[in-house]
Design a protein around this ligand. Structure first.
Ligand code: NAD
Length: 252
């Protein structure tokens, strides 16, 4: 059922070479979606993913663009449009920064907000320019449970993710009339490069695991929520934040 619904559509997944983005690209490709694999300077990883998808009978292309760079994003969407209509967008690219607020510099703030919030704004705008005249499209923005909860030492990240939630809900209201659905996921702690014992302090890991399910989620568990929201099965969903989060946040 899901396979038929999706077949032949084209998706762009940002930050698609690792973690949640990679799992999402693979899950979409397995359902017959043609996938643009966005990356920032990860040519080998992107090429390997394209080859993996192609070997499994799917279609994928790698496309480089730093989502915090307006010109690079404009060029990426131009290239995609030249190849055909874009039906689906997953704004997944993100960076995280652990720093006490009083040590968070203007440059730190600009970096995190530039990727995690402005990158989402920018890709949504370019995608919606293409989707609106065709009255077709679905977007999923990857926020975080921390966008609801907040977290000390992660003020820039939590602010950006809270912004993604507001952006998603506002766009959903504005573009519902155009037949375009815009939703988000707000994952809890997921086992990726971003949240691993090598990169995170013991204190962070202890906090991350102090949730009802007491384990990290997998990228595939988040990808399943993203695929659902993009699919025609979610035809009455817009402006929603699904929470694959092990129970870390139950409020929305
Ligand atoms: P990840 O580090 O594997 O993935 C992030 C991806 O974004 C990487 O491939 C990275 O290269 C890419 N990226 C970073 N900056 C970029 C830029 N400027 N332009 C293009 N690509 C860029 O980690 P992940 O956990 O898979 O993260 C994916 C998304 O999920 C992020 O938005 C993250 O904030 C969100 N998230 C993760 C967790 C978690 O616990 N892992 C929880 C909630 C939300």
């Amino acid at each position: 059922m899901a396979t038929k619904c999706f077949a032949g559509q084209t998706a762009l997944v940002t930050g698609a070479t690792t973690g949640i983005g990679r799992a999402t690209a693979l899950a979409l490709a397995a359902r017959g979606v043609r996938v643009w694999i966005n990356h920032r300077d990860q040519h080998d990883l992107a090429q390997r993913l394209v080859e993996q998808i192609t070997a499994n009978g799917g279609n994928a292309w790698a496309i480089e663009a730093d989502v915090s760079d307006p010109a690079a994003v404009a060029a990426m969407f131009e290239t995609i449009e030249e190849q055909g209509p874009l039906d689906l967008l997953v704004n997944n690219a993100g960076v995280i920064l652990e720093k006490p607020f009083l040590e968070t510099s203007e440059a730190d703030w600009a970096l995190v907000l530039g990727v995690d919030l402005a990158g989402v704004y920018r890709c949504c705008r370019h995608a919606l320019v293409q989707m609106k005249p065709r009255r077709n499209g679905a977007i999923v923005n990857v926020a975080s449970d921390l966008g609801f909860l907040g977290r000390e030492q992660y003020v820039a990240y939590c602010t950006a993710k809270a912004g993604v939630i507001g952006l998603t809900r506002s766009l959903a209201r504005e573009f519902a009339i155009d037949g375009i659905r815009i939703n988000g996921v707000a994952p809890g702690p997921i086992a990726t490069a971003m949240v691993s014992p090598e990169h995170m302090s013991d204190e962070w890991m202890a906090k991350e695991l102090a949730i009802p399910m007491a384990r990290l989620g997998t990228p595939e568990e988040v990808a399943a929520a993203i695929v659902f929201l993009l699919s025609p099965q979610a035809s009455y969903f817009t402006g929603q934040m699904l929470g694959p989060n092990g129970g870390s946040w139950m409020g929305a």
